[in-house]
Design a protein around this ligand. Structure first.
Ligand code: SF4
Length: 430
């Protein structure tokens, strides 16, 4: 039998706001897909034939000889995913959906598919396929958080096989742990992977690293959980970095996700280890933590100074802080845009991206804003950090949107040299 894996398309910043391409003269860059489908492909029994389609590159709603269509998607792709599900079911295919959005909103997805997988799906996947073969597919499979010691490594070859001249991602994600004990208001990770940090076995991490290195790609570690002091994820991150140092850097890392409090809390030798392992860039996740949420409200000078210190500490260790600014937190007002721009100049940030605060379904913010009747739309295609989908606390939705555009425009207007450097073009994902 045959499975068609589909990665549904979604809009990024420039597709939602084409004027951005005038402000920031770089090409739109499509990054690698998330790990979800590769993880399921790695758990697929070898007697199944596999095909993969990336709907961002070519519309996936084309005829197929597959028996099962499997999709994994997050909120920005949910609208398109449900359209694709309807299309494939009309073709007589069995459609299975998993990933962040189906885990958070299974009832929203259920009417469009034959089965929803809630939680981490790898370990129940072979059983689900047996149910397909036996004509006993169930409408819902609830996995929860799995025992990571049992996990097969993801199969990234399905992604590598989809590359062509116009689509060659610079890096692919590498995961060292799952779950997070914190509950940052805007984050979906604890809701999808559980509140306990579980380190993947080192053999699993190295199997991912080997695939990426042998494919001639770089690895990005997008999640910031590897920096939470004393957690299993942090221990595994240190082990991976030591492995890279001790073995002559067999893998190149493009960037690692981190937040300002984590930089401030990280011992200097941890940051030095990252630098020695070849890490030249942090992806600095902003707007989720107390430092960045308060630094730009204008009412907390101490948080502002701590944010300056975090950027300085990153530079001092030779690691460039590529900073993500989230506009629209509860304390943000129209003055926040100027404060963010001043901060970026004062702290020497060369490269940044700007996002509209988005209450992703299932996060603490989603539940709060829903309870306060401040959700403006359930058009999931607008939940992509580039549209305003809620009523902000201290400004109008229009002012928030204009502020977001002004951040992009004014930040890059003063840094024309950044736009001329190709490595930036590859990593800023419009
Ligand atoms: S933002 Fe990072 S630290 Fe906060 S809950 Fe999400 S994964 Fe955990």
């Amino acid at each position: 039998m045959k499975i068609l894996f589909v990665y549904p398309g979604f809009q990024r910043h420039a597709a939602s706001n084409p004027e951005l391409l005038d402000f920031v003269p770089m090409k739109e860059y499509l990054g690698s897909p998330s790990l979800g489908l590769a993880a399921i492909a790695g758990a697929t029994p070898r007697d199944w034939t596999v095909e993969y389609r990336d709907d961002r590159l070519e519309p996936a709603d084309r005829p197929s000889d597959a028996d099962v269509v499997a999709m994994s998607f997050f909120t920005p792709a949910a609208t398109r995913a449900l359209q694709l599900a309807d299309y494939f079911r009309a073709q007589g295919k069995k459609v299975v959906a998993g990933g962040i959005f189906p885990t958070m909103m299974p009832d929203e997805v259920q009417p469009h598919v034959d089965a929803v997988v809630v939680g981490e799906g790898e370990l129940l996947w072979p059983g689900l396929l047996r149910d397909v073969q036996n004509g006993q597919l169930q409408p819902r499979y609830v996995a929860g958080a799995v025992d990571v010691d049992q996990l097969p490594p993801p199969d990234l070859s399905i992604y590598f096989g989809s590359e062509n001249e116009s689509f060659r991602p610079d890096d692919y994600p590498l995961q060292v742990s799952r779950g997070c004990p914190l509950s940052c208001h805007a984050c979906a990770l604890p809701g999808t992977m559980g509140p306990k940090a579980r380190a993947l076995p080192m053999s699993h991490v190295l199997a991912q690293a080997r695939q990426i290195a042998e494919g001639g790609r770089r690895a990005c570690l997008t999640e910031d959980t590897g920096w939470l002091p004393g957690t299993a994820g942090s221990k595994r991150m240190i082990e991976l970095l030591r492995h890279l140092v001790d073995n002559g850097r067999p893998l190149t890392v493009s960037y690692i996700g981190i937040s300002m409090p984590m930089i401030l809390a990280a011992p200097s030798n941890f940051l030095k280890l990252a630098k020695d392992a070849g890490v030249d860039m942090f992806y600095l996740v902003g707007g989720f933590d107390p430092v960045t949420m308060n630094a730009f409200s204008g009412e907390n000078p101490r948080a502002y100074l701590r944010a300056v210190d975090a950027i300085k500490k990153s530079w001092d260790h030779g690691i460039e802080p590529y900073t993500s600014f989230l506009l629209g937190n509860e304390g943000d007002d129209e003055g926040t845009v100027d404060r963010m721009l001043s901060f970026a100049t004062e702290s020497g940030i060369k490269k940044a991206e700007f996002a509209v605060f988005t209450p992703y379904p299932g996060t603490p913010s989603w539940h709060k804003l829903l309870a306060e009747d401040r959700i403006l739309t359930r058009d999931w295609s607008k939940y992509n950090d580039a549209n305003v989908v809620f009523k902000p606390n201290k400004m109008s939705p229009e002012a928030l949107h204009q502020g977001y555009l002004r951040l992009w425009r004014e930040f890059y207007a003063t840094r024309p040299e950044v736009c001329e450097r190709s490595e930036y073009e590859r990593t800023i994902q419009f």
